[in-house]
Design a protein around this ligand. Structure first.
Ligand SMILES: [Zn+2]
Length: 266
């Protein structure tokens, strides 16, 4: 496969804005999470930002389809996703592991936990990760009325927004249980694509961290969406080996909306 290096994607992104300064280009490709910083920078900056500031910001998108389990990309990019948190001990430990390797991830949080641990949500956003909507009480959405689904998504959406100032842009249905009709109206109403997965290590069955690592590494391919759960300590134990082995193979870890922004036309 002919992989496109990250630097060339960024060059392409900036080449879209040839008449603007680097500063403006960064603003245009930046997602909502850095709006506050950018505004602060606009008021106080007296010099041009360094190129290093630009390479940390990738374009984002919610894609064109109503759901994804894998994204067709031209490069060695993967999305790591963690469901059901945040958890008061495991999620901060995971964030330390990700930070040490400069890997970005997406956290599909449950609204009840989001309300209990707003500080962890703020840390997730501050460190460049993304938060997605995983409902409020983790029901099977396919068994609920439209009004029930709407309420499950809205309460979680509002909890994340009020804690972080950044709204979720994608959702993951608990158990992957969602109908085609639900995917369509959820996209219409909330703007969320439904994000499933390409690799499921069944970490919730607690098979041991080495088994979880091996399953995630074996299942990874370009554009893959890896599922796991940051509420289980054994899953967190598995992640250093997953990151180290896949980074050694040349993969880079981006958020789901960054992966969607790399989607190639079919
Ligand atoms: Zn879940």
């Amino acid at each position: 496969m002919n992989f496109q290096p990250l630097s060339s994607i960024l060059v392409k992104a900036f080449s879209l804005f040839p008449s603007t300064s680097l500063c403006c280009a960064v603003l245009l490709v930046c997602n909502a999470s850095c709006t506050t910083n950018q505004n602060r920078k606009k008021k106080t900056a007296t010099t041009e930002p360094t190129p290093t500031a630009a390479v940390t910001v990738l374009p984002t998108s919610t894609g064109s389809k109503n759901s994804y389990s894998h994204v067709s990309v031209n490069g060695p990019y993967l999305a790591l996703t963690f469901d059901d948190g945040p958890h008061p001990q495991n999620t901060p430990r995971l964030l330390d592991i990700l930070k040490a390797r400069n890997a970005k991830a997406t956290f599909y949080v449950v609204g009840t936990n989001a309300k209990r641990y707003p500080d962890i949500l703020r840390r997730i956003i501050a460190e460049g990760h993304e938060i997605g909507n995983h409902s409020t009480t983790h029901p099977s959405l396919s068994k609920l009325s439209d009004e029930g689904v709407r309420r499950e998504l809205q309460i979680c959406h509002d909890a994340v927004l009020s804690a972080t100032g950044v709204a979720p842009r994608t959702m993951r249905p608990p158990y992957g249980a969602i109908t085609t009709a639900q995917k369509a109206w959820i996209r219409q109403e909330f703007g969320y694509p439904s994000i499933l997965w390409s690799v499921d290590p069944l970490d919730w069955k607690r098979p041991g961290s080495s088994v979880v690592s091996a399953r995630l590494v074996a299942g990874a391919n370009a554009g893959g969406i890896l599922l796991s759960h940051d509420i289980h300590a054994g899953t967190i134990d598995a992640i250093p080996a997953v990151l180290d082995q896949l980074i050694a193979k040349g993969y880079q870890f981006v958020t789901v909306t960054q992966l969607l922004a790399m989607e190639q036309a079919q």
